[in-house]
Design a binder for this molecule. Structure first.
Ligand SMILES: Cc1ncc(COP(=O)(O)O)c(C=O)c1O
Length: 402
């Protein structure tokens, strides 16, 4: 008997049964009263997760579509924007701006490090015409968290100091529903998310919320846009209808996912992600696998493969022998790292299973570590306040064996 692989990747993420059942429901006509009412209900849930009073637009696209929508709706031809490039997704901001004839003022950050507020301030000061700062909340390719709250404070400090607004565009595709980033309170201008991440849905929906400043900026945008015309979407979605046919089944399932998040309670959702991430970090480090990031994320953990070991070979053996699916590295980190996703529908035992599987496959290739070190370290973080696992096990062992 072979079950589905245990998916521990940073998206697509596993689907809760409530979501799977919703996906199997009969088709819903997207211009029906029932669908309009559904759009109204998911809007309430989305605003709660984004922590905003602004509309959260539902786009039928992958996350990159939301990034593209942000660029083509907020900028005008020849505009310049500061972009944080610390990995594959940061690089994407620059490519998108270039594709629309805008200037990307790139801050190149070494992979695995967060951008510093000073670097962004310096870029803004050296480029008074810059209209925005574009950043990832979590740079998924390196499992690194950029300091979004601090960057928001910095960008807001430019309010009223220039002849134009400076906007903060945050790709929160692997951060919304994971980290506490209250959009309105922090003063974030654009927040983006994707269905296949902490929203526990299949890929196919992206979400975009814009501040009043951002909506003002959209008024001067002269970049080409058609499918991703956010002004049209805002108008139509206010009445419960998307401009074009949406992925209706995903919107149906989204209501269930939002209900699960509401039931857990956002603070608990954030705390669970933080705990799973801390447990994963403790586990891999106890196995002698160093962390790739100096500011590790709560959505995904990246660690180095043991010296001389091809991480892709290790990933293949984890899948073949343990039925465990981890993500690997991209570009210069391909073959060098493993990424453990833990955003969305995950619990402590998923992390323990990952550690146990890693232990077996690492032992198989002769990588040395104290037996059980990964599972014990992870369990210690997950439940250590309830039980001192290592000493409890040792005491019982000592009692039994004298
Ligand atoms: C931070 C971040 N931005 C953008 C994307 C791109 O999203 P998609 O692959 O859904 O287009 C991803 C996908 O993993 C991501 O993690």
């Amino acid at each position: 008997m072979q079950r589905q692989p245990h998916l521990m990747a940073p998206g697509p993420t596993p689907l809760p049964p409530e979501v799977q059942q919703a996906l199997a429901r009969p088709a819903l006509y997207h211009r029906s009263a029932a669908f309009k009412a559904l759009m109204g209900r998911v809007q309430t849930g989305l605003r709660a997760v984004f922590q905003t009073d602004q509309p959260v637009l539902v786009l039928t696209s992958s996350g990159t579509g939301a990034m593209e929508a942000a660029v083509c709706n907020l900028f005008a031809r020849g505009d310049a924007a500061v972009c944080v490039n610390g990995g594959k997704f940061g690089e994407r901001w620059g490519k998108l701006l270039g594709a629309y004839g805008c200037e990307a003022i790139e801050i190149t950050v070494p992979w695995g490090q967060p951008v510093t507020v000073d670097a962004v301030r310096a870029a803004l000061d050296a480029n008074p015409a810059a209209r925005a700062v574009c950043v990832q909340a979590t740079e998924t390719s390196t499992a690194t968290r950029h300091p979004v709250a601090e960057l928001a404070a910095l960008v807001r400090s430019y309010d009223g100091r220039r002849g134009h607004d400076v906007l903060l565009l945050v790709d929160g595709i692997t951060a919304v529903g994971v980290d506490d980033l209250p959009m309105d309170t922090l003063g974030i201008d654009v927040m983006l998310a994707g269905s296949q991440k902490a929203f526990m849905l299949p890929p196919g929906l992206a979400f975009a919320a814009l501040s009043e400043r951002a909506w003002r900026a959209s008024g001067r945008s002269d970049l080409p846009k058609f499918y991703f015309d956010l002004t049209a979407e805002r108008k139509n979605q206010a009445g419960g209808a998307t401009t074009y046919t949406p992925a209706t089944a995903l919107v149906v399932a989204l209501e269930e996912a939002l209900a699960l998040i509401a039931k857990e309670g956002l603070p608990h959702t954030f705390a669970r992600h933080a705990r799973l991430a801390a447990a994963t970090r403790a586990g891999v480090q106890a196995l002698g696998l160093g962390l790739c990031s100096t500011a590790p994320a709560n959505a995904v953990t990246a660690c180095w493969a043991p010296p001389g070991v091809d991480a892709e070979v290790l990933r293949k053996s984890l899948l073949a022998n343990q039925n465990l699916y981890l993500a690997g590295g991209q570009d210069q980190w391909l073959g060098r790292i493993l990424r453990v996703g833990h955003l969305g529908w995950f619990q402590g035992t998923d992390i323990l299973a990952t550690m146990a599987a890693l232990e077996v496959e690492l032992a198989r290739i002769g990588h040395p570590f104290p037996p059980g070190a990964g599972t014990c370290a992870a369990a210690g973080v997950l439940w250590g306040d309830a039980v001192d696992l290592a000493s409890a096990a040792r005491l019982r062992h000592d009692a039994r064996h004298g």
